[in-house]
Design a protein. Structure first.
Length: 203
C-alpha cells in the first residue's frame, strides 16, 4: 500500500493534479461535490508529500493549483451573497410607517394609498447602495392629526431635523449628523393634495 501511494502520489505527481482538474470540470457540469472533495484531499496529501520527501517546487505548484479554484469559488460566493443581500425593488408596506417615524418622528395613518414606491440600486455598486422614491396619499380626515404633529414638532428640537412651512404644506430638513449622513433624505407633506413624498439615498 505504501509503495502504491509513493508511486502515484510522489513519483507520478501529475496523476492527482490531473484528477483534481477533472473533478473541477465534473463539478461545473454535474455538481459532483463529493468527487471534488476527495480529489482535492488527494492533491493536498500529494503536495505535502512532495514538500517533505520529493520536490518542493512540485509541491508548491500543486498547492497553488489546489488553492486557486478555492479562492475563485470564495470570491464568487462573496459577490453572490452581496447581490442576495440587496433590498427589494420596493418597500414593504409594513416598513413604510416605521421608516417615516424613524426619520421624522411623524406618525402617519395606516389607511394610506401608495402612489409611488420604488427602490433603485446604485449601478456598479457591489454593496447595498440604493435610493428610495416614495409617494403616498392619506385621507383628508387625517390632515388635522398630521398637521398638529408637525406644528408640535416645530416647537421642540430634534437631532433628526427641523420642520419648515412652505406654500402648500411642510417639509422636513434632516440634520447633517452621523445618523443621517449615511442616509440623506428629502421629506415633504403636501397638505393641499394630502400627499407625502420622501426621497432617500442609502450610501
Amino acid at each position: 500500500m505504501k509503495n502504491l501511494l509513493k508511486k502515484y502520489l510522489l513519483i507520478k505527481w501529475w496523476i492527482p493534479t490531473l484528477l483534481f482538474g477533472i473533478s473541477i470540470l465534473l463539478f461545473i457540469k454535474n455538481y459532483s461535490i463529493f468527487f471534488l472533495l476527495i480529489s482535492g484531499l488527494i492533491l493536498f496529501v500529494s503536495s505535502i508529500w512532495q514538500l517533505f520527501k520529493g520536490s518542493k517546487t512540485t509541491g508548491v505548484l500543486q498547492m497553488l493549483i489546489l488553492t486557486t479554484p478555492i479562492l475563485l469559488f470564495g470570491f464568487m460566493m462573496v459577490i453572490f451573497s452581496g447581490m442576495m443581500d440587496r433590498p427589494d425593488s420596493e418597500l414593504k408596506i409594513k416598513s413604510i410607517e416605521p421608516l417615516i417615524k424613524e426619520k421624522t418622528n411623524l406618525t402617519i395613518p395606516k389607511n394610506f394609498e401608495i402612489l409611488e414606491n420604488l427602490i433603485e440600486h446604485t449601478e456598479g455598486a457591489f454593496d447595498s447602495d440604493y435610493s428610495i422614491e416614495l409617494k403616498i396619499k392619506y385621507q383628508e380626515s387625517e390632515e388635522k392629526n398630521i398637521t398638529e404633529q408637525i406644528l408640535n414638532s416645530m416647537k421642540s428640537k430634534s437631532d433628526k431635523g427641523t420642520w419648515g412651512h412652505y406654500e402648500t404644506g411642510f417639509d422636513f430638513k434632516h440634520n447633517n449628523n452621523e445618523s443621517n449622513r449615511a442616509e440623506p433624505f428629502y421629506f415633504k407633506v403636501d397638505t393641499l393634495r394630502n400627499r407625502i413624498e420622501m426621497n432617500l439615498s442609502h450610501l
